[in-house]
Design a protein around this ligand. Structure first.
Ligand code: NAX
Length: 329
């Protein structure tokens, strides 16, 4: 009998997030220790020689589950038959580049990758977009893959969730596992809304455990929003290992049942959202999974006035981003 192999695509394979992500995937951290995998890694032609080095290192780990490593720069070859795709590679903002130029440059990449996934990936492929601006890149990708289920595309806000969980646990002097229902609403940008109002600490509302309304609004929210910038300042490079870790958490959240009384955050296509958010965006919501590769938005989560106003702002930002890339949809 031929062995069944789960195929995982990673783009931006010679970049710094991939340098952590690929090794953790190969070690079995996404699918467990019983599932043989193949890694299909995409890069631009100029970075293929660096990627060849990464491939050699993957081979030198002698990972028991890693059956095959394919590398290349043609998405139609690399995405062939993939069951999961981590779209990490993107163009960084260059000197003097405006945000709209960044959106346009990345737009072209995600049009091509969406089309390629549509044509050659497994029909049930699950796609996580990490490359920034990830929400809008994800919107472009799903629009260019009309033969795939739009609900199978998500953009990563899990790193923001994880950052918020750590910050709350530090403030409340408890374990990270004591924090539940930590939602990030909206865009993975500085307008994201870390929701302190619905978060729980040891099964109590966070706002009753930490009785400092001021702290939530003037410290917690901005510290989560600006954590990425702080890391760049300290390390001289953007978050990489923590981003890779969050990417695995985000994809794995669809594969394990969400515990009762809990949820996770991920950014999804808004066409069926229960919150009245514009229906053609990719927006981060509280979600749950039955563990069968599915994800459902949790409805009826209440907002206070502060959250509501901030959620409107992040929605507006996403609408503006979409207006700038309309030609790619
Ligand atoms: P790097 O610049 O180290 O790596 C990116 C790699 O992508 C490069 O090797 C580049 O050659 C490759 N690439 C560019 N265009 C490509 C294409 N068309 N096909 C395949 N590969 C391509 O960046 P890294 O630090 O790894 O970050 C990758 C992306 O993640 C960036 O856009 C970054 O902004 C984004 N992030 C998103 C986060 C999130 O929470 N959603 C957090 C971390 C990170 O900032």
């Amino acid at each position: 009998m031929t062995e069944s192999i789960t195929r995982i695509a990673v783009t931006g394979g010679a970049g710094q997030i991939a340098y952590s992500l690929l090794f953790r995937l190969a070690a079995g951290e996404l699918l467990g220790l019983q599932t043989p995998i193949a890694l299909h890694i995409l890069e631009i032609p100029e970075a293929l020689s660096a990627l060849e080095g990464v491939k050699m290192e993957l081979q030198d780990c002698a990972f028991p589950l890693l059956r095959q490593v394919r590398i290349g720069s043609d998405p139609y070859e690399i995405f062939s038959g993939v069951h999961y795709a981590f779209l990490v590679g993107a163009k960084p903002r260059g000197p003097g580049m405006e945000r709209k130029d960044l959106l346009a440059e990345n737009g072209k990449i995600f049009v091509e990758q969406g089309r390629a996934l549509n044509d050659v990936a497994d029909k049930n492929v699950r796609v996580l977009v990490v490359g920034n601006p990830c929400n809008t890149n994800c919107l472009i990708t799903l629009h260019n893959a009309p033969g795939l289920n739009p609900d199978h595309f998500h953009a990563m806000t899990r790193l923001d969730q994880n950052r918020a969980v750590h910050l709350l646990s530090q403030k409340a002097s408890c374990e990270v596992t004591d924090i539940e229902k930590m939602t990030i609403w909206g865009n993975h940008s500085n307008t994201q809304v870390p929701d302190y109002f619905n978060a729980r600490i040891q099964n109590q509302p966070a706002v009753s455990v930490i009785q400092e309304r001021d702290w939530f609004e003037s410290e917690f929210i901005p510290r989560v929003q600006q954590r990425g910038a702080l890391i760049i300042k300290a390390r001289g490079k953007s978050s990489a290992a923590s981003a890779a870790s969050a990417a695995i958490d985000a994809m794995r959240a669809w594969l394990v049942p969400t515990p009762i009384n809990s949820w996770f955050s991920t950014a999804l296509f808004t066409h069926k959202n229960p919150y009245g958010i514009d229906s053609n965006l990719v927006f981060s919501f509280p979600c749950v999974s039955t563990g069968k590769n599915d994800c459902k938005i949790v409805s009826a989560v209440q907002w206070n006035e502060v959250l509501e106003q901030k959620i409107k702002t992040t929605e507006k930002e996403l609408i503006e981003e979409r207006d700038q890339i309309m030609e790619y949809l």
